[in-house]
Design a protein around this ligand. Structure first.
Ligand code: AMP
Ligand code: MG
Length: 480
């Protein structure tokens, strides 16, 4: 038999591990007793330059489950801090995630991380494990987000551990997910070093620039310019969440990525019936992270990042830095509205949005809300309602007439902005329920369906149906 180390080739090129030791702690994945491959994302592997070669499923399960380390991996856990539900926590860190290293693929540098592979220096009271349910949810939802065109971390593999994980409801099957991210730098990473050491904070900024905004590396006013970039990415991301009806559920600063990717698929969910105040997370009792509050929260999280960057923006005069940042933050409401309009207007077929279009979009949203319509299906149905005999629709037609484009073109724009398929909660729940009894057929079927979410296909119609009353998912839970 070939050695495991020559089977799977991951072209590691690690940089985070070279940062000072204050940034991370060595970590060893726990070897699961009965690793079994659930899914391996061949398409993503190719993008990353990861070569599977002749590696069998069993070998893959051992390599991405934590039994063996792929050659070139340098496993570490990263430290960070964060504000959880508005409250500062001075030290968090990868408590149930281990960074294997980085690869430089077609889309640039990516982290490869095992999630749920056992305890690290930052696990606190936790076991560092993940039940199967959250792994299947993250795999399905993050890959669906990617297919929907929303910036996101991705899923390279899911491996069942063959070991139980103990949570509130008793023992559950365990699993490990390989997460791929543009980086795992968060607002919380800046919070940690803003509290601990100014030189480390400067090192972190340089590293973040190198990775996400290399054009700003070495620039005169780079800390401030970096802040503006992160702000635009973050607001652009939340606008995309609006477009597809996604509720993150736990937008703590430690779950807010510097890269502008959706990260941490804990209690996340897509809305069925449109309700701007929708909350699914069982731990979000005040509705802090409800659908309509995601942009205000993004701005709040950005204000935390701003406060961390003050000493780097103007070391001589912090007051001047604060004034600049406050001014910038004040302007972000307008940036948000622009991002929102840019994401939402194509849903009505509008090509070049104008500020007044916001009102039209809001009028449709108001109609969906009053009628209790399914968010996804209501948008997707609009092309069939173009001739509806109602004042709102007449207004919409006038707006489209001004564009002077053929109807097919307008409809094509709408269908590229309004998904036919989303990972509906009850479908994800069913994939998990069956998966827990060892049947992954629904997981795979759902995953395959979601790969082309804008394409209408009759055989996939069952996946487009809103839940029956007895199928509605009211609460989602973190993987913790
Ligand atoms: P989250 O709310 O999922 O972003 O997690 C917040 C923090 O708790 C992070 O530092 C996680 O690493 C840590 N954490 C969550 N679940 C576990 C677990 N089962 N074991 C150890 N640490 C955990
Ligand atoms: Mg997290």
């Amino acid at each position: 038999m070939r050695g495991l180390e020559v089977a799977l080739r991951i072209p590691f090129d690690n940089t985070y591990v070279s940062l000072p030791e204050r940034f991370h702690a060595a970590a060893t994945p726990a070897a699961p007793r009965g690793p079994e491959l659930i899914a391996f994302n061949e398409a993503l592997a190719r993008e990353l330059g990861v070569e599977r070669g002749e590696t069998s499923d069993d070998e893959l399960a051992r390599l991405l489950g934590g039994n063996e380390l792929p050659a070139g991996a340098q496993p570490i856990a990263a430290v960070y801090a964060g504000h959880q539900f508005g409250h500062p926590v001075p030290r968090l860190g990868d408590g149930r995630a281990i960074l294997l290293g980085e690869v430089v693929g077609a889309a640039g540098r990516r982290d490869l991380q095992l999630k749920g592979a056992g305890r690290t220096a930052y696990s606190r009271g936790g076991d560092g494990r993940s039940p199967l349910g959250p792994v299947l949810r993250e795999y399905l939802v993050s890959e669906a987000m990617h297919a929907l065109g929303v910036p996101t971390t991705r899923a390279l593999a899911a491996v069942a551990t063959g070991e139980p994980v103990f949570r509130e409801r008793g023992p559950e099957p365990g699993a490990v997910m390989t997460r791929v991210a543009a980086s795992h730098l968060r607002v919380g990473t800046f919070e940690y070093f803003a509290r601990t050491d100014k030189d480390d904070l400067a090192t972190l900024l340089d590293y973040a620039l190198e990775r996400h905004d290399p054009d700003l590396a070495g620039a005169e006013d780079r800390a401030f310019a970096f802040f503006e970039r992160v702000a635009r990415r973050t607001l652009g991301l939340v606008a995309q969440w609006w477009r597809v009806g996604f509720i993150h559920g736990v937008m703590n600063t430690d779950n807010t990525s510097i890269s502008g990717e959706t990260i941490d698929y804990g209690p996340c969910a897509f809305m069925d019936t449109f309700d701007p105040a929708q909350v699914y997370s069982s731990i979000d009792r005040t509705g802090r992270y409800r659908f309509e509050n995601q942009a205000p929260i993004a701005l709040w999280n950005l204000s935390i990042l701003a406060s961390c960057l003050v000493p780097l923006i103007d070391p001589e005069d912090p007051d001047r830095a604060v004034a600049r940042l406050e001014e910038a933050l004040g302007g972000y409401q307008a940036i948000w509205e622009g991002a929102w309009l840019a994401a939402m207007a194509p849903k009505l077929g509008i090509e070049h949005p104008e500020p007044a279009d916001g009102e039209l979009i809001r009028a449709f949203l108001g109609r969906f809300e009053v009628k209790g319509l399914d968010y996804t299906n209501a948008w997707r149905a609009l092309p069939y309602e173009l001739d509806a005999d109602e004042p709102l629709y007449a207004r919409w037609r006038e707006r489209l007439d001004r564009q002077g484009q053929p109807r097919e073109e307008v409809v094509a724009r709408m269908n590229a902005a309004n998904p036919y398929l989303i990972p509906r909660n009850h479908q994800v729940a069913r994939a998990i329920e069956l998966g827990e009894s060892g049947d992954f057929s629904h997981f795979h079927a759902l995953h395959a369906a979601l790969a082309r979410p804008y394409e209408e296909r009759l055989e996939l119609e069952p996946f487009t149906a809103p839940p029956r009353a007895d199928e509605v998912v009211h609460k989602t839970f973190c993987g913790t």
